[in-house]
Design a protein around this ligand. Structure first.
Ligand code: IMP
Ligand code: MG
Length: 187
């Protein structure tokens, strides 16, 4: 994708390049492979934001894992959380007795994941861990939420690309960039 035109023009700057991301995703895959040796974890992709990260991560894990998908919403089209979390698409399979790894794009306030992890534990998962590509610790509203694996801590800025969107756009950018505030302030 040409970085001088199109979607890239809406960025203030690139925060994480595809090479930096690939290196961290590789390391995370190796860590999960070690930590889950002898197990068959279920990897749960939180749609749609985690889809790109998920596709890369699962191919870095050398275990007999299975996949499932869930869609939840807490955002609408704004850049701040509404605090309201809805399940738009539930898991296809039972997770009773399973080792579950929830794969999310970014942890911001933590509201979405704290709600979700409670629900999944109530369904009888044997264990549950969170793997997030990005973490914005400065914005956490649920301090007790434990992010077990994360690739990058990032500053308090609105980022897009590699699956992350603004108003459903920019998910296909191969790199992660800080969206220029003029894009959402003009709305
Ligand atoms: P939380 O419930 O506040 O932790 O919100 C997490 C969700 O908000 C993520 O799954 C994203 O969909 C969205 N989100 C938070 N920060 C950003 C961002 O900088 N860019 C794009 N989406 C974001
Ligand atoms: Mg999301």
């Amino acid at each position: 994708m040409n970085q001088d035109t199109g979607l890239y023009c809406d960025l203030d700057r690139i925060l994480l390049t595809r090479e930096q991301i690939a290196e961290k995703v590789h390391e995370l895959g190796a860590a999960i492979t070690r930590d889950y040796e002898g197990k068959k974890p279920v990897l749960v992709c939180i749609l749609k934001g985690a889809s790109v990260f998920f596709a890369d991560l699962i191919r870095e894990i050398e275990l007999p894992l299975t996949l499932d998908f869930m869609a939840i919403s807490s955002y609408g089209s704004a850049t701040k959380t509404s605090g309201v979390v809805r399940i738009l698409k539930d898991l296809d399979n039972d997770i009773l007795g399973k080792d579950v790894i929830v794969v999310e794009d970014i942890v911001d306030s933590g509201i979405t994941l704290s709600y979700l992890t409670k629900i999944l534990m109530q369904r009888g998962a044997k264990s549950l861990k969170i793997a997030a590509l990005l973490d914005k610790p400065a914005r956490r509203k649920i301090p007790e939420l434990k992010v077990d694996y994360s690739c990058f801590n990032i500053p308090d800025a609105f980022v897009v690309g590699y699956g992350l969107d603004y108003d459903q756009t920019y998910r296909n950018l191969p790199d992660i960039g800080i969206l220029s505030p003029r894009i959402y302030e003009q709305k």
